[in-house]
Design a protein around this ligand. Structure first.
Ligand code: PMT
Length: 402
């Protein structure tokens, strides 16, 4: 079987003279079995034609946000969400700036903004040396790499503008190698079945109101994607999330902590590992009213009575067999390690991942996290700020060595 058989690559081509080399890239990726979908910026079409890419990829090539070849689908969302990997090659200084600042003013940048944070995103820049070393480009590249975007760095040589220096599109063979490496992680979790929880639970108060929290599901969904990439079977039990379902996972959506508990208990007998990234409500309204609670005339305050939810991971910790390894998270704001190690013991976890949710770039909603691992034998490991995709790789490396 070809090494990229069936892998869907979304290739964005922006307006650099080296855009013509992207034709070879499509051809090489196709020979390795990849299904390539190409999106060109309007500027790219000044250098290369749509029909070249259509012929090489045997897929429709899009250049305009409002081009919708299939009226049943929204093209930019569909392309972004169905891709196993997104690659921008060549990436101009302009497209890097737009990516860094979340600008979506054409088909390619709209696709890039719609790409789930768990999908590997590679950029291969190409531009004049001055533009590459300009502080704005340097800052934009730093922003993108901090978000987990992988850079295939430009080479040095004689540029189209006759300058000699850095800025030449990386060799096509190097770009193909980077794509292949990103898509063919060794199947170190083959044979494992992981139960991963993610997202926020919602605890209804009445038919229109609920108690919830800020979890987006990004951390748990990134873990699920990485586990699938490593060959695991993944059951993702997810509360409310802003994220699209990762390819290849068995997603079970739930709303309340009680529903999450029930699904997790049903799944437990079949799993070999558990990772609990969900932000589960510790309490729910003691009574969920069947009708909308009305404001009472003259009422000066309103008392809401809460009742504790079962601690899901602790319950799984009690019921699981010893060979099922479990990792929990601790969302803390003070006494991080002390609180985390108490949870590690109390919930019968093998490892806990603690994040200080007050730190910038850590915890809820953002694409990055700053975490410390703590194990039962007292070892700890503090990691720097990393993308949630990279944090997931480190957590699964740790899971594999439990
Ligand atoms: O989803 P994101 O926006 O990407 O944000 C990521 C995150 C901040 C949600 C994630 O990194 C995180 O910290 N998840 C755990 C949040 C949490 O509920 O922490 P906790 O310290 O309250 O709970 C400790 C552990 O017990 C967690 O593994 C939690 O899933 C689990 N728990 C908690 C309560 C409960 N009733 N049942 C549980 O299983």
């Amino acid at each position: 079987m070809a090494v990229l058989e069936g892998k869907r690559v979304l290739l964005g081509v922006s307006g650099s003279i080296s855009a013509y080399k992207a034709a070879d890239l499509v051809s090489q990726l196709g020979k390795l079995g990849a299904v390539v979908h190409v999106v060109l910026t309007q500027n790219a079409t000044q250098f290369v034609g749509v029909s070249t890419f259509r012929a090489l990829s045997r897929n429709a090539v899009l250049t305009d946000t409002f081009e919708e070849p299939d009226t049943q689908r929204i093209a930019h969302i569909d392309l972004a969400q169905s891709a196993d990997l997104v690659l921008v090659a060549p990436a101009t200084a302009n497209i890097l700036a737009k990516m860094a600042h979340g600008i979506a003013d054409d088909m390619l940048t709209t696709c890039l903004l719609a790409t789930p944070s768990s999908t590997p995103l590679l950029v291969a820049p190409a531009m004049n040396t001055q533009m590459w070393h300009h502080p704005a480009t340097v800052d934009n590249v730093a922003t993108l790499t901090a978000r987990g975007i992988q850079l295939v760095p430009p080479g040095s040589g004689l540029l189209a503008c006759q300058d000699v220096g850095e800025g030449k599109l990386a060799d096509i063979a190097d770009i193909v190698a980077a794509v292949t490496q990103a898509l063919t992680v060794s199947q170190t979790l083959e044979g494992q079945h992981l139960l991963i929880t993610a997202g926020a639970t919602r605890e209804p108060l009445d038919p229109v109101r609920f108690l919830t929290n800020r979890s987006s599901g990004k951390m748990g969904y990134a873990l699920a994607s990485e586990a699938v990439r490593r060959g695991a079977r993944v059951t993702l039990v997810s509360g409310v999330s802003t994220q699209p379902p990762p390819n290849g996972v068995h997603l079970i959506p739930v709303e309340t902590a009680q529903e999450m508990l029930q699904v997790c208990l049903n799944t437990l007998p079949n799993v070999t590992g558990i990772i609990a990234a969900a932000a589960v409500a510790d309490y729910r309204p003691a009574e969920a009213m069947p009708h909308k609670i009305k404001k009472q005339e003259g009422e000066s305050d309103f008392t809401l009575r809460l009742t504790p939810n079962t601690d899901i991971i602790a319950e799984l910790g009690r019921k699981k067999s010893d060979n099922v390894k479990s990792i929990g998270f601790a969302a803390e704001t003070q006494n991080l390690l002390q609180n985390a190690t108490t949870k590690l013991e109390r919930k019968n976890l093998d490892m806990i991942v603690v994040n200080d949710v007050l730190q910038e770039g850590a915890g809820f909603e953002v694409d990055t996290n700053i975490v410390t691992f703590a194990w039962r034998d007292g070892r700890t490991l503090a990691l720097p700020k990393l993308s949630k995709a990279e944090v997931s790789k480190r957590i699964l490396d740790a899971f594999e060595s439990l």
